[in-house]
Design a protein around this ligand. Structure first.
Ligand code: DGY
Length: 304
């Protein structure tokens, strides 16, 4: 058995950039989180001995994949193990936002709960609605599966290419992004953050959505242009938004979005079940060890 020595940033706050740069020098492997920017400077500093980068996340937009490819450094990530937890959280956020659960619970505490009023704290139901999903990957598909049990009327999806097998299981229809915007009652963002999806929700696209639409984002904050979202929510261009991801993270407590009753913000807890976070850590560690041993990674990022 071979031994390895570990330089670990032993804190819950992200490793400061200078500490990362200092400590990565000469490393054979790098285990990182989604809060660590792994770019050319970090890879240069690590040096030519770096054999593997392993992130404890399914998203890898914080890693310069092209730079890793140029250097033949495999990148490990953690798909599958967080799919169920993230899909569950997405449904929870969808219900919190549409049924105004935070607002309603707050009313109980603040004494706003008077007698039973016919239209008080009402929101739209899922049953019979049209669901739009942007990105029908593993998590998007798992969200769709769960939504079927809510008796939604149809599921539309948009992604780079049709996902025929998955769509057939859900009875989902592949549509253009424009059609997704125009027809969705609930639009769920479950795509990766790429140059194509960055700020894909912006002033122009919000105007194409139904005024009654609810937008849910559990992917990455940068998919949405947040200032434009604020304006769309204030001016009633869409009805409400539920966000598990923001830019920046953490969202400053004085961010205007936090003043809105029609916006629910959670602190990036999509995968936050004990079992899931444990599986993510184990898979990331196994990816790291495989790379150090010059073996194929258990789950390796493949980008063409
Ligand atoms: C990921 O793994 O990319 C998620 O955003 C963390 O839950």
């Amino acid at each position: 058995m071979r031994r390895c020595s570990i330089r670990q940033w032993d804190s819950d706050s992200p490793v400061p950039r200078d500490e990362l740069l200092k400590n990565v020098a000469g490393a054979d492997g790098l285990f990182c989180l989604l809060t660590d920017k792994i770019d050319k400077a970090v890879l240069d500093q690590a040096g030519s001995g770096l054999k593997v980068v392993s992130t404890m996340s399914v998203g890898y937009n914080h890693i310069d994949i092209k730079e890793c490819q140029k250097r033949n450094i495999p990148v490990g990530f953690t798909p599958d193990v967080l799919t169920d937890a993230t899909a569950e959280l997405t449904i929870a956020l969808l219900l919190m936002t549409s049924r105004r659960l935070l607002e309603a619970a707050e009313q109980v505490k603040s004494g706003g709960w008077g007698s039973w009023v016919p239209l008080w704290m009402c929101g739209p139901g899922l049953s019979g609605s049209t669901i739009g999903i942007l990105g029908l990957g593993r998590i998007g598909a798992a969200i769709g599966e769960r939504l079927l049990s809510f008796r939604v009327s149809k599921i539309l999806y948009s992604s780079r290419s049709p996902k025929e097998e998955t769509a057939a299981k859900l009875g989902a229809e592949f549509v253009s992004f424009d059609k997704l915007l125009k027809e969705s009652d609930f639009l769920i963002v479950s795509c990766a953050l790429t140059n194509e999806t960055r700020h894909i929700f912006n002033a122009q696209t919000f105007k194409m959505m139904k005024k009654s639409a609810i937008l849910i984002n559990t992917s990455r904050g940068d998919v949405i242009k947040q200032d434009d979202l604020y304006s769309a929510l204030v001016h009633g261009e869409i009805a409400a938004a539920g966000l598990d991801v923001t830019t920046p993270e953490p969202l400053p407590t004085d961010d205007p979005l936090l003043t809105l009753s029609n916006c629910v913000v959670l602190p990036h807890v999509g995968s936050a079940t004990v079992e899931t976070r444990t599986s993510m850590a184990v898979l990331a560690a196994n990816n790291l060890l495989a790379g150090l041993n010059n073996q194929p990674l258990v789950a390796q990022v493949e980008v063409s």
